[in-house]
Ligand binder design. Structure first.
Ligand SMILES: *Cc1c(COP(=O)(O)O)cnc(C)c1O
Length: 429
């Protein structure tokens, strides 16, 4: 491996986990487009199935292209190991599946990606995993939500869509006192802007199709084990980690794998049995994207700040909610948690309300009108008429998706062209 812990972030973004192919000399990590891998002999096969040796068996569980992506993201997040899966939702699901039993609770910040709110409120109920909501900017709200059934805490570092910054150190302290792992969805910040482990996170998840892949071309997700949670010393019994496992000859994963036990349990139990594997082709495209992560994110946060400052001065714009603006309520937390930039997704309000929002998305030419974030291309959406249209007015307002709200995700284009596009569209409404 051409990976070294002393290398700087931009070097690791290009090299961590990868080395030239030992057989062909191929410099770029190949797409191992194969479902299965031959065993050397029956003893080798037995060792792999018993988890006594690391190696490839079947692409649902592991694959060499995925393995490089996993090592790359683990290095960037300073984790011990990672697991790449089919989507960001699959990553959240497998992370919680590794921790929760029926009847357990977890506390989540209510400032969350809309799809996560649905997943937690509805699909998880079928497993009897019960979400309790708290406020990402107020760590004491997590403290108050702790009960004897709490087994995990979940929040986003920078929350989608509002762009608010979470009080990671405060929430981490609550998790520590409660003896439960702290999971941070770092999709909007990326490890370039914020490494949640430095603020007390034990597990980090990402939707890889957003900023890490960065080009809007492949769905994927990842779970990073920070190696910080001691499963054997926790006051709670995390069965997947500490109990003898009947499908692995009674092996106790936390004892066998120490600081990598969580990532291994998520793979050899959750991914093995539930199956949301990432395709080697998507892993390859995302790996190509990761190489330019620091360059792209720096340009995207620069563009976001310039556009936010410009929008504030426009007569048709009522307000701009970007944590990188000094008078924003999240500004102080942003300086502490992600000082290089407050991300590149933010919302603003049009004085002309709903009609103005609908007209703006139609009038923009360079910004793409679609439901995604984190692309090299600049993106726009009017939540009230699209992603949040099924909600009642009060629900929309509570979710930060009132009639006047427009969300931008800034790409890497020249900011002059982005401002020119916004200028002509604002004039057109
Ligand atoms: C998109 C997104 C997800 C879900 O990821 P998918 O890859 O779409 O499943 C989760 N969290 C955040 C913050 C997101 O932006």
């Amino acid at each position: 491996m051409t990976q070294s812990p002393t290398q700087k972030f931009a070097t690791q973004a290009v090299h961590a986990g990868a080395s030239p192919d030992p057989v062909t000399g191929a410099r770029v990590t190949p797409i191992y487009q194969t479902t299965s891998f031959v065993f050397n002999d029956p003893d080798h096969a037995a060792a792999l199935f018993n988890l006594e040796a690391f190696g490839n068996i079947y692409t649902r569980i592991n694959n060499p292209t995925q393995a490089v992506l996993e090592a790359r993201v683990a290095a960037l997040e300073d984790g011990t190991a990672a697991l790449a899966v089919a989507s960001g939702h699959a990553a959240q699901f497998l992370a919680l599946h590794t921790l929760l039993e029926p009847g357990d609770e977890f506390i989540a910040a209510r400032q969350l990606y809309g799809g996560s709110i649905n997943q937690f409120n509805h699909s998880y109920k079928k497993f009897d995993w019960n979400v309790v909501w708290a406020d990402a900017t107020d760590a004491s709200s997590f403290e108050r939500a702790i009960t004897p059934k709490t087994r995990a805490i979940f929040c986003e570092s920078i929350a989608n869509p509002g762009g608010i910054v979470s009080d990671l150190p405060g929430i981490a302290a609550v998790a520590k006192r409660a003896g439960v792992p702290f999971i941070v969805d770092n999709t909007l910040a990326t490890p370039y802007l914020c490494r949640p482990k430095e603020f007390g996170a034990d597990i980090v998840v990402h939707s890889l199709m957003k900023f890490i892949g960065g080009h809007g071309n492949s769905v994927g997700g990842v779970i990073v084990d920070c190696g910080t949670f001691d499963w054997l010393k926790s006051p709670h019994r995390y069965k997947s980690l500490v109990d003898p496992n009947p499908s692995y000859n009674g092996m106790k994963l936390a004892e066998a794998f120490g600081p990598m036990a969580f990532a291994i349990a998520a793979r050899v139990l959750g991914l093995r049995d539930l199956g949301p594997a990432i395709s080697p082709f998507n892993a390859f495209l995302i790996l190509t994207g990761v190489e330019t992560l620091p360059l792209r994110i720096q340009r995207q946060v620069d563009n976001a700040r310039i556009v936010a400052e410009w929008l504030e001065k426009q007569p048709g714009v009522g307000w701009v909610n970007y944590a990188g603006l000094p008078k924003n309520p999240s500004y102080a937390l942003h300086q502490k948690i992600c000082p290089k930039g407050a991300g590149s997704v933010f919302t603003f309000g049009l004085k002309g309300g709903y009609e103005a929002g609908v007209r703006l998305v139609s009038a923009l030419k360079l910004f793409s009108f679609l439901a995604n974030i984190g692309d090299t291309r600049s993106l726009v959406i009017h939540p009230a008429s699209t992603t949040h249209r099924q909600l009642r007015d009060e629900e929309r307002a509570a979710a930060g998706a009132g009639p006047d709200v427009v969300r931008l995700s800034l790409g890497i284009e020249d900011v002059d062209d982005l401002i020119a596009d916004l200028e002509q569209a604002l004039a057109a409404i």
